[in-house]
Design a protein around this ligand. Structure first.
Ligand code: ARG
Length: 480
């Protein structure tokens, strides 16, 4: 056997090069600071791959035993932090091979036979993304559960509903909370799709053309928990669609967290006064002793910038690449890792914030019907009395104007206020005044009974459907 090339330990190439690498080149290309988190995946992959090479007779049974033992030991040592990259290691794959060779001797590098770092890194990264999708889903499910628990307490709590951030029509607080639930549940479906898109084994594709060894890739897929194998080796080493899918799911979670954060930031302001933050999920000011700030929500809103940026970075990284592996692809990991990290701190904090939020039901109710937000009730009532909606809308608008000029809410108009404002073919002022006196935020909410509407019965059904979907998300996050 020819001795392993006269390289420094852990160097995976070099035979055709003269002299050493410029320190500047090494400094640019080293990736251990980022990709070390793939170490355990790289090790499981190497274990499965060694088993396959043993089956093919490339690795002898006695060598296989030593390799397996060393890998078991390395698993523990990586987990405990006893193995870390050396300053001279180029990437996670170099560390794993160097450590393996250090334990078993030169034949440790047989695990590279017929495999390239191109299919190797794609395999590691897919394993990582699959795990990350489930981990994020678990935290997302906790947030959804916290929102549903709050919503269930507030099906009958009426609050002002806004469009353009102007009071529009009263709604149930549970429905607004349930709206966030539904957004996050859609994100959960996106996470599942991202996990499924990563579920395809690239191993066997080698550098780009496929491996020259007769690997049983289906067996390898089984060992590594993949349900499919790559169908095109060039695609397998080029494609990062799975990473984009996860980054997209993450970015959407960021957008939805940001929207939820914005609602909460408004609600806890003195101007709205709809909710109070728990001390444990708010922060103070270093100069203003009275302050209690919604920093958790603001950080969630802020983190969404990075999550959106990660998706954009990945897409831009990929768009100009010619077929097969290009070193640009080394930059793919940071974008995904940083998004995953940021969600894994943001989601638990937002769950706690939501769980401990205390709503001021009377304060919300007091404003729910104000600022003419029952005007639509009046227009609808006119329609019930035989007026076309266009005319009903026009006359109600005039009545709002009249109410405003008299410093009243439209529902406060008396028969005397209404004199002269109604067309001859419309109900009489006394009838209109009687109807107006009966309108309330509660009745307006109760009247909206379409399945997507804000009535208590509709909202209860919406929440029940969300609870079912939550169970699917929880099952995805922690498969039995
Ligand atoms: N560190 C590289 C990456 O993350 C591994 C693959 C390197 N392949 C190569 N032919 N240089 O993409």
């Amino acid at each position: 056997m020819i001795a392993v090339a006269a390289n420094e330990a852990g160097k995976l190439w070099g035979g055709r090069f003269q002299g050493g690498l410029a320190p500047e080149t090494f400094a640019l290309s080293v990736s251990t600071a980022v990709d070390w988190r793939l170490a355990l995946y790289d090790l499981s992959q190497t274990k499965a791959y060694a088993a396959e090479l043993t089956r093919l007779g490339v690795i002898k049974p006695v060598q296989a035993e030593a390799i397996e033992r060393a890998i078991g030991q390395m698993q523990e040592q990586i987990a405990s932090g006893a193995i870390v990259p050396a300053a001279t290691d180029e990437d996670v794959h170099s560390v794993i091979e160097r450590e393996l060779v250090a334990r078993v001797g030169e034949f440790g590098s047989l695990v590279r036979t017929g495999r390239s770092r191109n299919d190797q890194v794609a395999t590691d990264f897919r394993l990582y993304c699959r795990g990350a999708a489930r981990e994020i889903a678990g935290q997302l499910a906790n947030l959804v559960a916290a929102l549903i628990a709050q919503a269930n307490k507030h099906v009958d709590s009426v609050m002002p509903g806004y469009t353009h951030l102007q009071r529009a029509q009263p709604v149930s607080l549970a429905q607004v909370l349930g709206r966030h639930v539904i957004s996050f549940l859609r994100d959960g479906v996106r996470l599942q799709a991202a996990e499924a898109s990563a579920d395809e084994l690239p191993l066997g594709s080698a550098a780009l053309a496929g491996s020259g060894f007769d690997l049983d890739v289906n067996r390898l897929a089984g060992l590594l928990g993949f349900s499919k194998v790559a169908s095109n080796s060039v695609d397998a080493v080029t494609s990062r669609d799975f990473a984009v899918d996860l980054a997209y799911a993450n970015a959407m979670i960021g957008v939805h967290l940001s929207q939820l954060a914005e609602d909460i930031i408004l609600w806890v302001s003195a101007e709205f006064g709809f909710a109070k933050l728990d001390d444990a999920f708010s922060t103070g000011s270093s100069i203003m002793p009275q302050k209690k700030n919604p920093d958790v929500a603001e950080l969630a809103r802020g983190k969404s910038a990075g999550l959106i940026g990660d998706l954009t970075s990945l897409l831009v990284l990929l768009k100009g690449l010619p077929s097969a592996y290009n070193r640009d692809l080394q930059e793919d990991k940071q974008a995904v890792f940083s998004g995953v990290d940021s969600l894994l701190v943001t989601l638990p904090a937002m769950s706690g914030l939501v769980r401990t939020l205390e709503f001021d039901v009377p304060a919300m109710a007091a404003h729910a019907g104000a600022n003419h937000s029952l005007a639509t009730e009046l227009a609808d009532w006119f329609v019930g009395a035989g007026v076309s909606f266009a005319n009903a809308h026009a006359v109600t608008g005039r009545l709002v104007q009249r109410a405003e000029s008299r410093g009243k809410d439209v529902t406060g108009l008396t028969a005397a206020d209404l004199e002269g404002a109604l067309e001859p073919d419309m109900p009489r002022a006394t009838e209109v005044a009687k109807a107006l006196a009966k309108f309330s935020a509660k009745s307006a909410v109760a009247a909206r009974k379409t399945p997507s509407g804000t009535s208590a019965s509709s909202v209860r059904a919406q929440l029940a459907a969300s609870e079912m979907a939550l169970r699917d998300l929880q099952a995805f996050a922690s498969p039995a």
